[in-house]
Design a protein around this ligand. Structure first.
Ligand code: FEO
Ligand code: CA
Ligand code: CA
Ligand code: CA
Length: 572
């Protein structure tokens, strides 16, 4: 039909099949290249860093970290810089000699801390494709011990103070850096997600202790054992029996100036504390800064921040990410919704600082809508609308953390067992992202139409040729097409038969059409996307690959790949 012919012209490639092998696949006429991998030296002082046995401690803060995630490109003084998150470490990869990857000493912990956080790298394209400019003055590693400044309404509150920082305004490190964001003034936002997993306790803790903090600990999943990093056994900062407020200093969004390697990253408490996925920033017509944010846990919420002040190109930015209103989303079943302000008045909480530190409880207090794990949000540059990946929810009704809400099926989360995921889209009323009301619909419900002919077959724009599960990473290109990355079940069996490895697709927001552009190596998740300044290269992150990708021997290495058209045409 003419409609199909019209939509086909918006995807300048032939969609590819699902794949189950250990390679990256891109369409005919495109080529991909590995640009940088875990352990690659960013400074020549780390030359010879050898990850064969998991890598040494020495130099681990001067190499590309592990498990690449969100990333953004910056152009400064004619140079191309990329800021890239290193979300977590596969401990069995970094500590292959240690039993089950469990740190055996403080050095093991320090190495893990060094290999996570953020990398800022300068990149350039030459005869051998894209490479890191080693020893660029902009190359920088930010990790779990890098000094940070804390700003905004919660800075200096008693709940933020520790023995080492009685001011509650200076902390160390940024933890579990998942998705990303970019401000209109050219800084990088890195989002702290599963920070709770690094904390534990060396002392017997009675149930309900530390008593005043117990509700917050429970809702945020902070326990005595952590997730196996065992930092608390070797680094007292992560031992909640010694530093009960330290967990309050993580779970924030951090702003980094990639153009100033000496700058101190800033934790903005105005944006709320939860398991941040990414930060989708846009400006309203009159210059207010809007930040859309997902809290990636079953039954948690979607958030929006609106600044009090406004931004004009080149103008001051102080307070724009701290001074404003944080909202949580309420979705009505009739296709409308509203943003509920989180304030001491609306929540009954004692102060704005506490509202922000315990944003999850604030969202519950106002009756926000529980969601199927909000991952990346993306704002359409060609229409006044935004999208959020609701990746999946395999355990509806089971509260992930004590103090959470019931999680019934509801409008944007319509399936009882949701192992495929969906993408919700909202259009603010009056075409204004500061509006407190909106209309919503589902852009896509993922599914398997080969296995089901009910809601589990997916929405009409899901076919045997483009099916996928667990949408997660997401970004718009400059043409207004939305790129969707997956982090799901890659067994290719039963309910997931025919879906293959995790992948990247592109969607047309106008027609709903979706086409598969790339598939990753077995075992990986595809996450993180940005473009070169000339938009002739697309950079994509491959996290936790399986096997021995990409070299074919030795340990698997998470990497950023560069994808180009063979005719050097635009790729978004
Ligand atoms: Fe780090 Fe929710 O993904
Ligand atoms: Ca993710
Ligand atoms: Ca995910
Ligand atoms: Ca991940």
């Amino acid at each position: 039909t003419s409609a199909q012919a019209q939509t086909a012209s918006r995807f300048p490639f032939k969609p590819i099949a699902a794949h189950t092998d250990a390679m990256v696949h891109v369409p005919e006429g495109f080529t991909s290249q590995v640009m940088v991998s875990w352990g690659d030296p960013l400074m020549s002082a780390a030359d010879g860093y050898d990850i064969t046995e998991g890598g040494p401690l020495e130099g681990s803060d001067m190499v590309f970290g592990e498990n690449t995630d969100g990333m953004e490109t910056f152009v400064f003084q004619g140079r191309q810089l990329i800021a890239i998150n290193h979300e977590y470490t596969n401990r069995k990869t970094n500590l292959p000699a240690a039993q089950e990857g469990t740190p055996a000493n403080a050095d093991d912990v320090r190495k893990l801390q060094n290999l996570q956080g953020v990398a800022v790298i300068e990149v350039s394209e030459g005869e051998n494709g894209w490479q890191v400019v080693k020893d660029s003055p902009f190359n920088r590693r930010i990790h779990h011990n890098t000094p940070m400044q804390i700003t905004g309404p919660a800075a200096g509150h008693d709940l933020m103070k520790t023995q080492a920082d009685p001011t509650g305004t200076q902390s160390l490190g940024t933890l579990n850096n998942c998705g990303s964001g970019k401000t209109p003034w050219g800084t990088y936002l890195t989002c702290e997600e599963n920070f709770n997993g690094y904390f534990g306790s060396t002392a017997e803790v009675a149930e309900g202790d530390p008593a005043p903090l117990a509700p917050g600990y429970a809702r945020y999943g902070i326990g005595t054992d952590g997730w196996g990093y065992d930092y608390h056994k070797w680094d007292a900062r992560f031992d909640v029996s010694q530093n009960p407020n330290e967990p309050h200093r993580a779970g924030w969004i951090v702003e980094i100036d990639p153009t100033d390697p000496t700058s101190t990253p800033v934790k903005h408490t105005g944006l709320g504390r939860f398991k941040h996925e990414n930060a989708a920033v846009t400006l309203s017509a009159d210059g207010h800064v809007i930040v859309y944010m997902g809290d990636d846990e079953r039954g948690e919420f979607l958030y929006k921040f609106v600044s009090n002040g406004t931004y004009a190109t080149g103008g001051p930015t102080d307070g724009l990410l701290d001074d404003g209103t944080l909202y949580a989303a309420k979705f009505n079943d009739d296709g409308t919704g509203e943003w509920l302000a989180l304030t001491p008045e609306t929540t009954g909480m004692a102060s704005l600082a506490e509202v922000l530190i315990f944003a999850r409880q604030a969202g519950s207090a106002v009756g926000a809508t529980t969601m199927d794990r909000p991952e990346w949000v993306a704002v359409n540059p060609k229409a006044i609308e935004a999208y959020c990946c609701l990746t999946n929810n395999k355990n509806r009704g089971v509260k992930p953390n004590a103090g959470g809400d019931e999680t019934p099926v509801n409008g944007p989360n319509p399936r009882e067992t949701n192992h495929y995921g969906q993408i919700v889209r909202w259009r603010p009323h009056d075409d204004d992202h500061t509006a407190t009301t909106f209309d919503w619909d589902l852009y896509v419900m993922a599914g398997n139409p080969e296995v089901y002919n009910n809601v589990y077959g997916g929405s009409d724009n899901v076919t045997a040729g483009n099916m996928f599960n667990s949408p997660d990473g997401m970004a718009f290109d400059s043409n207004g097409l939305v790129w969707i990355q997956t982090d799901g079940d890659d067994s290719n069996e039963e309910d997931f038969a025919g879906q293959g490895n995790n992948q990247m697709l592109v969607g047309d927001p106008v027609t709903g059409e979706i086409a598969r552009f790339m598939t990753g190596p077995k075992g990986c998740e595809v996450t993180g996307i940005c473009w070169s300044a000339d938009r002739r290269t697309m950079f994509v992150g491959i996290q936790h690959p399986g096997g021995s990708w990409p070299t074919g021997s030795g340990l698997p290495r998470s990497s950023v790949i560069a994808i180009k058209r063979d005719d050097n045409g635009l790729v978004g």
